[in-house]
Design a binder for this molecule. Structure first.
Ligand code: XMP
Length: 325
């Protein structure tokens, strides 16, 4: 059978030959693919030539930036560039409520900051740009199966001028491009990546920006981060996380009336989503036991006092999409 150790050795030989002593830059999102790509570069090249860049957009999950930092340093990263750009993203999103306008603002700013920060690094022109592209990503964007496949990857892989320029110069490396997702996970395990990262549910490029319906504000990001973290932690504690393909919370642009003690309180409504799927193209609702749902809901409203009401999204895909925006 195909062994991952053999894959690592092949990558070592071919990368070494292609890249030589030139620097390699990889943009890290914190997801499985880019983390495994980073670990593979650190394992097969000299860690001194590997530059990892991660953008904290302020639209990340709770403690995500810190977790990314700890994990990559543990994997031997020497040049980890964490770009703190929360304020820039929040300013760009100010006043925007239309989902496509929000996506565009986020995608455009990604590209602007990426160019600026890569220039600031001052790497020699000879540097290589690495990407965590999988075999399936290539099939999808190459054959153009649906617009969505293209859109999904747009801020990371496909449409960036930086990537285009590097591709033209023949200086893109894609060390995962012969692997399927489950193979990437096995490779990640062999490379010593935390089980929590290897098993992590997918997360959209625009992050919480598309899980806060309506205008995105810092306050709402914080509320959603807290609620989402409780939800995910409960799923893990209850042994449900690995049965679910993707689970997350969505902050609705609605407030409703509740009671706190004997005063009426006007607070936000949260939706929980949990689906099973093979590839995200279609999805079924995860059939929670009522007990789990009720307990999780109570825990959220007791802990996150700005949330007064929790709903469970019982729509499959189609007709609904997995994300709400
Ligand atoms: P939908 O909502 O289209 O999502 O049913 C299918 C899968 O794709 C993820 N998704 C995205 N991923 N950028 C991404 O990187 C995006 O803009 C984006 N939109 C959706 C979604 O989380 C699900 O796993």
């Amino acid at each position: 059978g195909w062994s991952m150790e053999q894959y690592i050795e092949e990558v070592r030989a071919s990368l070494g030959q292609r890249v030589g002593a030139n620097p390699v830059l990889l943009l890290i999102s914190g997801g499985v693919d880019s983390t495994v790509a980073g670990a593979l570069l650190l394992k097969t090249l000299n860690p001194d030539q590997v530059h990892l860049m991660y953008m904290d957009t302020g639209l990340m999950r709770k403690n995500e930036t810190e977790t990314v930092r700890v994990n990559l340093e543990r994997l031997g990263a020497k040049h980890l560039h964490i770009i703190h750009c929360e304020n820039e993203f929040l300013s760009a999103l100010k006043g925007l409520t239309d989902p496509e306008a929000k996506r565009k603002a986020i995608g455009d700013l990604f590209i602007t900051i990426q160019e600026r920060e890569v220039t600031r690094l001052g790497l020699p022109d000879s540097y290589f740009l690495a990407q965590g592209t999988l075999y399936t990503d290539l099939i999808e964007s190459g054959k153009g199966i649906g617009k969505k496949a293209h859109l999904i990857k747009s801020h990371h892989n496909v449409g960036s001028p930086l990537v285009d320029a590097k591709r033209k110069a023949g200086r893109i490396i894609e060390p995962l491009d012969r692997l399927y997702k489950d193979e990437v996970r096995s490779l990640g395990r062999i490379l010593g990546i935390d089980e929590d990262v290897v098993r992590r549910h997918p997360f959209p490029g625009p992050g919480l920006g598309v899980r806060i319906l309506g205008e995105v504000t810092k306050e709402k990001c914080d509320i959603l981060r807290d609620a989402d973290a409780i939800y995910i932690e409960e799923l893990k504690k209850r042994g449900l996380y690995d049965e679910i393909w993707q689970a997350f919370a969505v902050l609705l642009p609605i407030r409703s009336v509740g009671v706190a003690g004997d005063v009426r309180k006007y607070s936000w409504v949260l939706a929980l989503r949990a689906i099973t799927s093979d590839d995200g193209m279609t999805a079924d609702v995860y059939p929670f036991s009522m007990k789990d749902l009720l307990e999780i809901s109570t825990l959220i409203t007791n802990t996150v006092t700005d949330i007064g009401r929790v709903t469970y999204d019982i729509s499959s895909k189609p007709p609904a999409t997995i994300e709400w925006e």
